[in-house]
Write a protein that binds this ligand. Structure first.
Ligand code: TNX
Length: 531
């Protein structure tokens, strides 16, 4: 498959987001898919058949238009690749694996038109389809979205809705930021105070003085283990992996508030944090703290089948360690050199612990500090399977890739969705730098320093990050996320040669905003907050 077979005008007409590898119009009129469609789903693709029936409102099988879902493990492009063929005689989706069939079904839904995104039909359930063949496969295996539910809790329903939206854009990873200084969001029955205390912050003036949330409201919430199992199952039906994040050793003030002995002696119970930035509280480097987090992670492994487990590792404050006898003793005893070495010691411990259980550690690029890159499996560094989320630009990601570690590129310069979208005074989220839709679209996950080199294969993908210090409801989350996540989806899925900003803009205005409208997504309008 090459990207050349497609006439851009046809693709613009169909308005597919993300752009597929090829889009080849067939001859003659396309069919109408309606009640009585005859589904024939190969083993392993029944879930997609159920999903497609549900979203298109085709509940009863009959002798209508045949819709065949099939598997061909030899399909070029791997298990997520698909070929969708629509003719007057029927619809055929062939996937390299079940995931490919699901992505093909998502493309079919886009072809059916914006009303296919409503929860109830306006004018019956008959979908006029173009005659076409689409051949497609993702560029990257990790196409992600990070959701911070610590700074502001998003009730479960909102998470499930977000999974639907990710699937509609062929995104396949939800990086779920479940713990931080401002709230602990995962029930751990053995340690009930984590949620009884750590999930709630008091009536407070949350954030900085310029915050629109300077409103003195209490805030909190958490997911039960069954809630999380439901989220994982719902994601799996959509071929999305939920990668849980349990932050350590920094960004742990909520946990330390729940169990003050997790922190360094002399600092008491700090309270669930009502500010943001980098809290001075950090886990104490004791054996008891390691055991506690192993118990937490045991539950995490039981709930989340993800091959990757995120342990945070970013922005670790070191002052408390500098004056803590226990920390200094640990540094001396283990020969760690300094506090950076102590941070690395924490990360290495959980790297090994996860690897022993068949999982892979992933952490923010600070996990590369303090000598953790040295040595690989044989030395004192990270195990070969450990991976890095490169957020402070590219340098960490490049160093990790060169050392043979997989990398998810998510530099704040391009893909931070909490940052504002324009400079104007009307922009409701005055946070960070300006990251326009076009800035996100222009993001290239493989930096020049890696391009063309073998190490580039370690860039396994990219993700956009939604930090929620200022985002306390779904409307605000939608506004910050969309349409920028559409651009990220195309960066992550589409072949680099297939990307074109003018064409993306046309596909958005021609077709995709209408889909988001039908879905009820409160995106930032192309002209700004007040069109
Ligand atoms: C840095 S990105 C953080 C987050 C903040 C974010 C705000 C990262 C690993 N740490 O804790 O929410 O900046 O943009």
């Amino acid at each position: 498959m090459t990207a050349d077979a497609t006439d851009t005008a046809d693709l613009t007409d169909a308005g597919l987001i993300p752009a597929p590898l090829t889009y080849t119009p067939g001859t003659g009129a396309g069919p109408t898919l309606g009640p009585g469609a005859a589904f024939d789903a190969a083993p392993g693709t029944e879930g997609t058949a159920r999903w497609l029936r549900a979203v298109l409102g085709l509940d009863t099988d009959g002798d209508g238009l045949p819709v065949r879902l099939a598997l061909d493990s030899a399909l070029a492009g791997g298990p997520e690749a698909y070929r969708l063929t629509v003719t007057a005689d029927g619809v055929l989706i062939v996937g390299g694996g079940p995931a490919g069939v699901f992505w093909g079904a998502q493309t079919l839904r886009q072809l059916a038109g914006p009303d296919a995104y409503r929860r109830a039909p306006l004018t019956g359930r008959a979908w006029h389809l173009p005659a076409v063949t689409v051949e497609d496969a993702p560029r990257f295996a990790w196409r992600g979205f990070m959701l911070d539910v610590s700074r502001h809790f998003l009730p479960k329903d909102g998470v499930l809705r977000q999974l639907d939206l990710l699937a509609a854009h062929k995104l396949n990873v939800l990086h779920f930021h479940l713990t931080d200084d401002q709230g602990w969001r995962i029930e751990i029955p053995r340690h009930p105070e984590l949620t009884a205390t750590g999930a709630w912050r008091p009536r407070s003036r949350y954030g900085h003085r310029d915050s629109p949330l300077w409103d003195e409201r209490p805030h909190g919430g958490y997911y039960t283990q069954d809630d999380l199992r439901e989220i994982v199952a719902y994601a799996a039906e959509r071929h999305i992996t939920v990668v849980p994040e349990i932050e350590l050793p920094g960004h742990s003030q909520a946990a330390i508030t729940a169990y003050p002995w997790l922190g360094n002696p002399g600092y008491g119970a700090p309270g669930v944090w009502t500010d943001w930035g980098i809290s001075p509280h950090v886990l104490a480097p004791t054996d008891e703290v390691l055991r506690f987090y192993e118990e937490v992670l045991s539950d995490v492994l039981e709930i989340f089948p993800s091959p990757f487990i995120h342990i945070g590792g970013d922005e670790c404050p070191k002052d408390q360690w500098r004056t803590s006898p226990a920390a200094q003793e640990r540094i001396a005893r283990e020969g760690l050199g300094d506090e950076d070495g102590l941070q690395a010691w924490f990360i290495r411990h959980f790297d090994r612990w996860l690897a022993d259980r068949g999982r892979r550690l992933i952490g923010w690029d600070e996990i590369l500090e303090g000598g953790t890159l040295a040595g690989g499996d044989s030395g004192g560094g990270l195990s070969a399977g450990a991976a890095v989320s490169s957020w402070r630009g590219w340098a960490g990601g490049i160093a990790a890739a060169e050392a043979g570690h997989d990398v998810v590129m998510c530099p704040e310069q391009h893909v931070y969705l909490d940052h504002r979208q324009a400079d104007g005074p009307d922009e409701p989220m005055p946070v960070g730098w300006v990251r326009t839709l076009r800035d996100v679209y222009a993001f290239e996950p493989v930096p020049p320093a890696l391009a063309g080199r073998d190490a580039a294969r370690h860039v396994i993908g990219t993700q956009a990050n939604l930090w929620t210090e200022l985002i306390d409801d779904q409307g605000r989350a939608d506004y910050q996320t969309w349409p920028r996540l559409c651009a990220l989806a195309e960066v992550a899925w589409s072949a680099a040669g297939r990307r074109s900003w003018p064409d993306f803009e046309r596909r958005m205005t021609h077709a995709h905003y209408a889909r988001l409208d039908a879905l009820g997504v409160a995106y930032r309008p192309p002209g700004g907050p007040h069109p």
